[in-house]
Ligand binder design. Structure first.
Ligand code: AMP
Length: 442
């Protein structure tokens, strides 16, 4: 069970309130990257036949203790757990898969045609030491395929991930892959690992000593140099796979070859969560080994563990902030809202302002982005803003125009303007923007 939190200090310094440690704001510049990632992700998800799911942020703590595993770092150190006012132990989800599997079982989704292909996108919470690329609230996107064991789906999920990276323009990465085997072959492998490390156990860090007792494979995740050195020649899972797991892994690799996805066989890749079986994979930037943009694998026993019904499954999740960081690193162009046809709506006088609200909505419905400065009265100061925002066209709705049912259309670049009937405005704007587009492409 996760540790009880320390009592908060009663002496809090006064002053402006700041965000909670490890929780960060996502400002508009980064949001633009996030929107771009979401678009690329959803495009692929929909064409590959995935449907969306969202589960609650708060789940029964036991879901993660049973699903993710009691001995994992996530459960032992990283969960935001507390009791509700009614005394129920709850946890803010540290990952999605366990919740998705709970939802699958609880909502009888095993009665639907299988496999079920689901995508998700949202915040997750882990109490970790905040640093670059590691926050206490971050966002994950991911996909799960539940109800099918065929290796072709493991390959399809890796294909999904790499195509998303390609669409985003991220090309410098490696696909790290390994197989952890199943219940049958894993126990033999686990024993081989324990036997290998036992003579050196005294030289290893306290965490690894614990890991060797509780969950030996996790020793490979240690970042202490001494432990890494000792692990250098440790036995490899691939040498301990049973016939079925061996063939399954071979098939996954053959499918990847078939779709030209290069991979690196990484015998030390074990992933931090207990539920994985057979294939596991991670995507690393070429210049940052171990800094996963995302990862996943097969979890054939999790559904049964949580819901008593057997259903093999495979999934992946990616860190959205880390993907945004890669976009920033490669200097990906940001599609600004300005690329949507934009007009500035300036108004003058009480009647002009009243009519503006309705017009604003008509313009939006016609596909325009409308900027305004409703709080200002002076036309000069409103046009100054239109200039600053680089809107090529400003619309001026004054008292006279409001009474006549007309509007002034001003070309901000040429400085020319003409009065058009309100009923013809949308038509006129469409004509003008089509013209600008033609000029751009000429
Ligand atoms: P995991 O379930 O631990 O494999 O996490 C999936 C992905 O989420 C990782 O590959 C990272 O991209 C991202 N991730 C994990 N932990 C954090 C964190 N603390 N802050 C930001 N991103 C994270």
């Amino acid at each position: 069970m996760p540790k009880e939190p320390k009592k908060p200090s009663s002496k809090k310094p006064q002053g402006p309130i700041q965000s909670v440690k490890g929780m960060r704001d996502i400002l508009p510049d980064e949001m633009r990257f996030l929107e771009r990632i979401r678009k690329a992700f959803l495009n692929i998800a929909v064409s590959y036949g995935f449907e969306g799911i969202e589960t609650p942020i708060l789940e029964d703590t036991d879901l993660f203790v049973r699903g993710v595993g009691k001995a994992t770092d996530v459960v032992q150190k990283q969960m935001f757990s507390f009791r509700t006012k009614g005394g129920d132990p709850v946890t803010m989800r540290p990952e999605y898969t366990a919740g998705v599997v709970r939802a699958y079982y609880e909502n009888g989704m095993f009665n639907l045609p299988q496999p079920l292909k689901l995508w998700y996108w949202g915040p997750v919470f882990r109490y970790e030491r905040p640093q670059a690329g590691r926050h206490r609230q971050f966002h994950q996107l991911g996909a799960e395929i539940i109800g099918e064991i065929n290796a072709v789906l493991d390959a399809q999920l890796i294909q999904f991930f790499t195509i998303m990276l390609k669409e985003l323009g991220i090309t410098a990465y490696t696909v790290e892959i390994n197989s952890l085997g199943c219940k049958v072959c894993r126990s033999g492998y686990r024993q081989a690992v324990v036997n290998y490390f036992r003579p050196d156990i005294r030289k290893m860090c306290p965490d690894c000593k614990r890991r060797l007792k509780e969950s030996p494979l996790r020793v490979f995740e240690c970042d202490k140099e001494k432990c890494r050195e000792i692990a250098e020649k440790a036995p490899q899972t691939v040498d301990h796979l049973c016939q079925e797991c061996h063939s399954h892994f071979k098939e996954v690799l053959e499918y990847l070859d078939e779709i030209d996805i290069p991979y690196h066989l990484n015998p030390k890749l074990v992933r931090g969560l207990d539920y994985y079986t057979k294939t596991v994979f991670e995507i690393w930037p070429e210049d940052q080994a171990g800094y996963a943009l995302g990862g996943g694998g097969r979890y054939d026993n999790l559904v049964e563990m949580l819901g008593e019904k057997m259903a093999p499954a495979v999934g992946f999740s990616a860190g959205i902030e880390r993907l945004a960081g890669e976009l920033k690193k490669i200097g990906a162009p940001i599609v600004k809202d300005k690329d949507i046809p934009t007009v500035f709506l300036a108004q003058l006088g009480e009647l002009g302002r009243k009519k503006s609200l309705k017009l604003f909505e008509e313009l939006r419905r016609a596909g325009f982005r409308v900027m305004e400065s409703f709080g200002r009265n002076s036309i000069k100061s409103q046009l100054k803003i239109a200039n600053r925002e680089e809107t090529g066209i400003a619309l001026i709705l004054g008292q006279k125009e409001a009474l006549d049912g007309t509007i002034i259309v001003r070309d901000m670049t040429a400085g020319t303007q003409e009065t058009v009937p309100l009923s013809k405005l949308i038509n006129e704007l469409q004509k003008r923007f089509a013209l600008t587009e033609t000029n751009k492409s000429a």
